[in-house]
Structure formats: C-alpha cells, structure tokens
Design a protein around this ligand. Sequence first.
Ligand code: FMN
Ligand code: SF4
Length: 419
Amino acid sequence: MEAILSRHFHDPDPADLRVYERAGGYAGLRRAITMDPADIIAEVEKSGLRGCGGAGFPTGLKWRLRGADAPAPRYLVCNLDETEPGSIKDRALLFGAPHHLIEGMLIAAHALGVRHAIFFVRGEYAAGARVLERALQGAWEAGLLRLPDGDLRLDIHLSLGRYICGEDSAILNAIEGKRPNPRKKPPHISQQGLWQQPTTVNNAESIAHLPGILAQGADWFRGLGVHGGAGSKLYSVCGPAQRPGVFELPMGTTAREILYEHAGGMRAGRNLRAILPGGSSTPFLLPEHLNTPMHFDAVAKVGSRLGTGGFIVMDDRQCPVDFLLATTRFFARESCGFCTPCREGLPYVRWLLERIEAGEGDTEEIAALHALGAQIAPNSFCALAPGALMPVLSGLHAFAEDFLDHVRQKRCPYRKVAA
Ligand SMILES: Cc1cc2nc3c(=O)[nH]c(=O)nc-3n(C[C@H](O)[C@H](O)[C@H](O)COP(=O)(O)O)c2cc1C
Ligand code: SF4
C-alpha cells in the first residue's frame, strides 16, 4: 500500500510546507472549501472512517449527529493526548505528519462551522508540539487558515500529562483550567462542551485521514481496507518483536501479517503467547486469533477491541501476572479519583496482583480478582476503570493455570527463566 499518513515520516523536515505541497498536500482542503459542509460530512460518512481514539465511532456520523444548526461558537479539538501504553501512532503523526493534522483540522472546521480549534497535545510530546507549531506558522503565512466564512483560530494546548486528560470531556475541563475529571453525560459535549458550547473531539489519526478522503474521494479511501475494513490504519507494535514500530497498513490486515511480515516476527528464541491488540486497555488475543483481520468489527467478534491499534506482543518468557501487574499499576496511578469504585478498586486489584506475583496469594484472592473485576467496571463513572480491567479479566481466563501456579509454588514460576 502506498504511504499516505506516513508519507513524510522519514523526511528531514516534515513541517516544511513546500515538501507537503509537492506531494499533493492541501489538495483535500482546496476541494473541501468549494463544497457545502453537509456534502463534506456525507463524503466522510461514505468513506467508512471510524474514530481512531479507541471506540471506533464513525466520524461522519458523529459530525452529522452534532447537527448543522448547533449554536455558535462551536469548537473542535484534536485529541493528541495519547497516553495509552503501547500506542505511539499519534506521536508519529505529530513529528512526521504535522501538515496532515493541520489540513485535516481545516477540513473538519469547515465541515462543522468551527472558527476556533485546538490541538490538545500530551505534555511529554513537547518537542513534537514544536514541530507542529512550525508547520502551523508556515500554513498561516501561506494564508491557508483562511476558510470561506473567516479565519480559523488554531491553538496548540500542551497537556499537563495524565491519562484521563485524553477522555473527551476531561480534555475540555483541562482546557478550561479545571480539574480534568470526566463530565457527566448528558448533556453530550456535542451539545454542551467547551465553555458550554457545541464541541467535537476527534483523535489525531481520524483528523489526519481527512485530507486523503477529500482529495481522492470516499471510494478510494474505503477501497484501501482489506477483509471488510475501510481505509488505512496506523498500527503501533511493541514488545519482543524483531522490528517494533509504527506501520501504515490497510485497515483489516491480519494480526499474523502485522506481526510476522511487517514487524519481522518474534525475536530469536521467543514464542508468541498473546497480544493486546488495541493498547493496554483491551482483552488479550491468543495465537489462535492470528488470522483475525485487525479492524473494529472483526476484533470485536473474537472478544477483544481494536482500540488505538497499539499492538502489544507478549512472549512465553513473560509472566502474565507480572505483565498485568504492570498495566494495573499504570491504571491505578492514573485513576482521576473522582469515583470510588475506580479510585479504591484499582489499587485493591493492584494489591491482589502484587500478592499473587510475590507468591503470597491464595485461590480466594484469585476469586476476589474475578469478583472485583465484575463489580468495578459497571459501577465506574467513565471508561478508564472498565478499560483497566479488560486485560485483567481476560488474563484471568487465558492464563488461569499461571495464576494457580503462583499459588501452588508460592513464587513466580517465571523468575528462574528471567534470571
Ligand atoms: C480514560 C480515557 C482516555 C482516553 N485517551 C484518549 C487519547 O489519549 N486520545 C484519543 O484520541 N482518545 C482518547 N480517549 C477517547 C476519547 O474520549 C474520544 O472518544 C476520542 O478522542 C474521540 O475521537 P475519535 O472519534 O476520532 O476516535 C480516551 C478515553 C478514555 C475513557
Ligand atoms: S472511572 Fe476512574 S478515571 Fe473515570 S471518573 Fe472514575 S475515578 Fe475518574
């Protein structure tokens, strides 16, 4: 597949406007500004583009549901917070495709009747934000921020850096200078969002796909996918693969092809044990799922989630309990503390995993993990806690014998291998 989003990833200066324009950049915007906003939305809907921030909600439908008569001012936020462990695709876009992001924001702003848009960038990506800033300066000097109904104000907001800041309503609190916990919905942010005005939040990759869709058409984009997927997708592979990294591939490429063809297979002497296909907050896939096409519906069919496409590989030397302890430590630390089941429950899950991993746990504690997992998720205020528990609950089933071995042997059975 031709490189689209990744076209300039290895250029010396992807922020250089001339380089982007020479490769056909801003053609999508030029077409979009001749179109009626409703037609742009219809084109995006037809393309089959689905939100790349995790949930996979169809982007065109989300825009249409906001309603053309939403009261002004309306806001648009590009979600570049990307704190999901295992996901580095938005970072790649920030450094390597800043003009795709700017052009995408201009197209979305025109479609949604927005005059003020914001890039919300993860704090640790400050160097990437500077690349984006340089690209933005070039676009502004070239007059590209002039839309048919007036100039677009396009700001860059650097996050202070917490996982919860990526949740679409917590972002808005963060921008408003408030404590960034999620907001109660309804009202949905599309009706009352930033400063109580209609607001659309889209992931960076969703935004970056827009220039191609507008320049080459919905059918072209849809046709890039394989096995029932639409468009292209950035998959980021990490863990004990030969060549971890970010790969732009047809949406729907099988897990086998991603791992064994593009990421070079497992490192020497390692055997595949499991994959988290969509970042750390998704259930495990096992080797028997390797032929699954990696698009939202196919991954859901086998009981997991495509999420962000952050493809975390686990080998047979890695203790699954220790692996889950690492992810749970992260999520327990990142709980915003707003609701009790998550604030108190995730540290308790972490404590149980610590005990089992240290060989101090018993079977009742394994049962407690099952019970807690089932209770915390449905009683939490936002999707952080259910996401944190997805790998734990699926790991309790997939690696049940490993959990029991820790109890029987009163130690981690993997320690001797790792030593
Ligand atoms: C705890 C939490 C963290 C999230 N972090 C991000 C993030 O870093 N980036 C992102 O795009 N979406 C993140 N999301 C999803 C957003 O709430 C939202 O669904 C997404 O930005 C919408 O964009 P899309 O429709 O283009 O996918 C997060 C959700 C939750 C619950
Ligand atoms: S589930 Fe966790 S992150 Fe979400 S509101 Fe509750 S405490 Fe905050």
